[in-house]
Design a protein around this ligand. Structure first.
Ligand code: FES
Ligand code: FES
Length: 201
């Protein structure tokens, strides 16, 4: 039996009927067509599916759609302001060549967004820790870390463009609650950028 839910995604409210076992990632991608959110492992290990739920980063592959009922979701599609302009984080990823295949990129950018909302001027170690729930199999991580650092500088200076259509000011303070699955609790975290050495392009 389907359950009625109401999701506000990137500022738009959707009234949906979903099977109770469907994940937020599935509903975003399949029902709303927001395929920017990627599903890599589907088990909470890789962070590719990261979205912001009520201001906090969660892995949407382990967050049930029902648990997002009545809540605010920010996906990578909502990160940039309207029009062709990129969010400073996206711009820094592009200009810093922090993207190869791009599959991890939306999740990386959402985690970076959460981090910079909570800590606008993070150290390199804090950036690595903030992205430790996101795995990349292409870049070697260093370009990603540099891009987040660049974006932080632009955002603090106000030179990189607006801060996107955020869902709250508490992003990055740690997730959880009401069934949401936080980043950083996944088993793969120890293999993430906090431990990454010198990398490729
Ligand atoms: S797809 Fe959700 S953590 Fe990998
Ligand atoms: S750019 Fe390919 S997985 Fe990160």
């Amino acid at each position: 039996m389907k359950v009625p839910i109401s999701l506000t995604v990137n500022g738009d409210t959707y009234d949906l009927a979903v099977d109770p076992w469907r994940t937020l990632a599935e509903v975003l991608r399949e029902d709303l067509g927001l395929t920017g959110t990627k599903v890599g492992c589907g088990h909470g290990d890789c962070g590719a599916c990261t979205v912001i739920l009520d201001g906090r980063p969660v892995v949407s592959c382990l967050t049930m759609a029902m648990d997002a009922n009545g809540r605010q979701v920010l996906t990578v599609e909502g990160l940039a302001p309207a029009g062709d302009e990129l969010h400073p984080i996206q711009k820094a990823f592009v200009e810093g060549a922090a993207i190869q295949c791009g599959f991890c990129t939306p999740g990386m950018e959402m985690s970076a967004y959460a981090l910079l909302q909570a800590n606008p001027q993070p150290s390199e170690e804090e950036i690595r820790r903030g992205l430790s729930g996101n795995l990349c199999r292409c870049t070697g991580y260093n370009k990603i870390i540099e891009a987040v650092n660049t974006a932080a500088g632009w955002m603090v200076e106000g030179a990189g463009g607006p801060g996107g259509r955020g869902t709250g000011s508490s992003a990055g303070e740690g997730a959880g609650g009401r069934g949401a699955v936080p980043l950083g609790n996944a088993p793969g975290c120890k293999d993430g950028p906090a431990d990454a050495g010198e990398g490729g392009a």
